[in-house]
Design a protein around this ligand. Structure first.
Ligand SMILES: Cc1cc2nc3c(=O)[nH]c(=O)nc-3n(C[C@H](O)[C@H](O)[C@H](O)COP(=O)(O)O)c2cc1C
Length: 227
């Protein structure tokens, strides 16, 4: 049985999770991550297939991985993710929301819309993994179909919420999945389909960028009631 108070705590956690892009160097205890990952695996999956897998990088391993990503970014290695995130053209409204999100971040970081050098530095920060002391890489077996991505998404969200419950924060990253061959080679897992990464750590409370919370659409924009 869960009380109304428990329900409120869960809803608060749902609303408290937002992507954080600056972390304190404090290490994340491995036992805590293990506990969260174990709880997160209670995510549903079609026929209980549990298609997700995750590699956990800690401390020096995160730095070594980030260094390889930065090198790839600095030599302008083209991004070639294992899957398309969006259809072409984008559905109506998507571009406006994506722009608002990007410009919202630029504004907080004092980056002018036409300052392409600063924008590149902003993009490069993805490859520094925002200074996170822990990093998770989520992957699927190949071939993977859309349903498996859905299941992995439930697992990923559970992980993110579990982190919030423990005072930790995260930022999911598709940008990093732009270098899947590098990731496969780093993990020595040549057969896997790379879905995304997740920066994990204690959020830097002083960082302006961590105050960013992109607006959500109103309920009416995404819910249709049939009474
Ligand atoms: C699968 C996935 C990939 C993402 N990739 C990136 C990324 O590469 N870099 C980044 O800064 N944010 C990334 N984000 C974070 C989104 O920008 C963010 O979730 C969205 O703007 C909503 O903000 P919030 O997470 O703070 O609520 C990603 C989010 C998801 C779900």
């Amino acid at each position: 049985m869960h009380s109304a108070q428990d329900a409120q705590i869960v809803l608060n956690i749902l609303q408290a999770r937002h992507s954080k892009r600056a972390y304190l160097p404090d290490p994340v205890p491995e036992a805590l991550l293990a506990e969260i990952l174990q709880a997160a695996a209670h995510a549903p999956s079609s026929k209980n297939t549990q298609p997700w897998q995750v590699d956990v990088l800690l401390n020096a391993q995160v730095k070594a991985f980030s260094q390889q990503l930065c090198e790839a970014f600095d030599r302008d290695q083209p991004e070639a993710p294992d899957y398309d995130y969006f259809p072409d053209p984008w559905p109506e409204g998507f571009l406006d929301r994506a722009r608002a999100c990007g410009f919202g971040l630029f504004e907080l970081k004092g980056i002018g819309r036409k300052d392409f050098e600063a924008r590149r530095a902003h993009n490069r920060e993805n490859m520094t993994l925002f200074g996170a002391p822990a990093y998770l890489l989520f992957h699927l077996p190949r071939p993977a179909e859309r349903g498996m991505f859905l299941d992995l998404g439930f697992f990923l969200q559970n992980v993110m919420l579990g982190l919030v419950a423990h005072g930790l924060a995260s930022c999911p990253q598709f940008s990093v999945a732009g270098y899947p061959d590098l990731i496969r080679s780093f993990l020595n897992k040549p057969e896997r389909l790379i879905v995304c990464g997740l920066a994990v750590g204690y959020p830097d409370p002083e960082a302006q960028v961590n105050t960013y919370v992109p607006e959500r659409l109103p309920l009416e924009a995404y819910v249709t009631w049939h009474r």
